[in-house]
Design a protein around this ligand. Structure first.
Ligand code: ZN
Length: 374
């Protein structure tokens, strides 16, 4: 009788991390953060700002305990405080069992079926989210003359600089702010909001970006609290991965400026530093950069993981790509992500000239225009 490599390792790695986490009893502490992400306190070190789980890739990460991340086996080791063989036993039972070829095939087929069903569910959820995003976007009104202009003016982008906001920005007078409480959705706020349409590289609408405003305080977002916690006044809905908010795309442009936020990117536009350039918003650094490659010993490699097929890349007509570096987040991480994104763009678009345009330290570009001390 021959024993090959322990088939239980393969079996374990095909398990859904969500199912394993449920069996481990840690799901109750985790919160959904996006369709395929959960975050919450680390079940090992208890840190509340560092643990996350991705159900699409069946991996998790605690920035303290497992900075390089891990799979379901590693998760069992972390939660149970046990070694690899014990984790394998918890997941797949004791010892290496020799399976008959028929049983082997049946188990493999069932796993493929389960995975396909999960993927189909995820795809359906994605389509539903895009449909909901489109409905919100269609309910939006022209931003010109609306509280959106008041908000932008409060951020230093007044009508004298920007008489007509770009068409991919709209106003919604009474947008619901929903949060999930258990399995139910609850409305925690309803009010005026700035909407922005997000499009994929092929031009398809794929998400709506929402910023809830406080019209009584120009330039300010609404402050919403729930259970003593401040909620983010900015939220996306739909499929934002690889998408961008296209603020301006002038005919014949060969330069593209991409910033993280609408306000920052509009500020770069009105600054006049890049005449006749296209101005797009990447919404967040992760979306601008795509996945980074893991390099042992380095927290942020700055090297793109080219296997990330859905990452943002500029259109083929872009000859010069400028990423705006906001000064308000960790500069080393920001820099690594921006470099990674630019390298990806250069690899996909040979001959592209790429550049990081840094906003001075401690303030984002918009704060600078607003006259905050640099
Ligand atoms: Zn931890």
């Amino acid at each position: 009788m021959s024993y090959g490599p322990d088939h239980r390792v393969d079996d374990a790695r095909k398990m859904s991390i969500e199912a394993v986490a449920t069996d481990l009893g840690i799901m109750g502490d985790l919160k959904r953060a996006g369709r395929r992400e959960y975050t919450g306190p680390c079940p090992a070190c208890g840190g509340t700002d560092r643990f996350g789980m991705n159900t699409a890739k069946d991996v998790f990460l605690c920035r303290h305990c497992t900075p390089d991340g891990g799979d379901v086996i590693r998760l069992v080791m972390l939660v149970k405080g046990c070694d690899f063989p014990s984790a394998l036993e918890i997941l797949c039972g004791a010892g290496q069992v020799e399976l008959s070829p028929g049983e082997r095939r049946r188990r493999d087929e069932r796993r493929v079926k389960d995975r396909k069903a999960r993927e189909a569910r995820a795809e359906q959820e994605r389509r539903n989210a895009i449909a909901a995003a489109r409905a919100i976007w269609r309910a939006g009104r022209e931003a010109t003359g609306s509280p959106v202009q008041g908000y932008l003016a409060g951020r230093g982008i007044g009508p004298e600089l920007l008489p007509v906001p770009p068409p991919n920005i709209r106003f919604h007078p009474a947008l619901k702010y929903m949060v999930k409480a258990g399995s139910e959705w609850a409305e925690v706020h309803r009010g005026p909001a700035m909407l922005a349409a997000m499009h994929q590289l092929d031009g398809r609408f794929s998400a709506v970006h929402r910023t809830w405003l406080d019209p009584s305080r120009p330039g300010c977002k609404i402050e919403i609290e729930r259970d003593g916690k401040r909620l983010d006044a900015k939220k996306g809905l739909g499929s934002k991965k690889g998408a961008a908010i296209r603020l301006f795309t002038p005919e014949g442009a060969d330069t593209m400026v991409v910033g993280e936020g609408i306000e920052t990117t509009l500020t770069a536009y009105v600054s006049g530093v890049f005449p006749n350039a296209a101005f797009w918003v990447g919404v967040d650094l992760g979306n601008m950069a795509g996945q980074m490659r893991r390099v042992p010993g380095k927290r942020w490699s700055g090297i793109p993981d080219m296997a990330d097929a859905r990452a943002f890349v500029p259109p083929a007509w872009v000859r010069r790509l400028v990423f705006i570096q906001d000064g308000d987040s960790d500069p080393r991480m920001t820099r690594a992500k921006l470099e990674s994104g630019l390298q990806r763009a250069m690899a996909v678009r040979p001959g592209l000239w790429a550049q990081i345009w840094p906003a001075p330290k401690g303030a984002d570009l918009n704060d600078l225009v607003m006259g905050a001390p640099a």
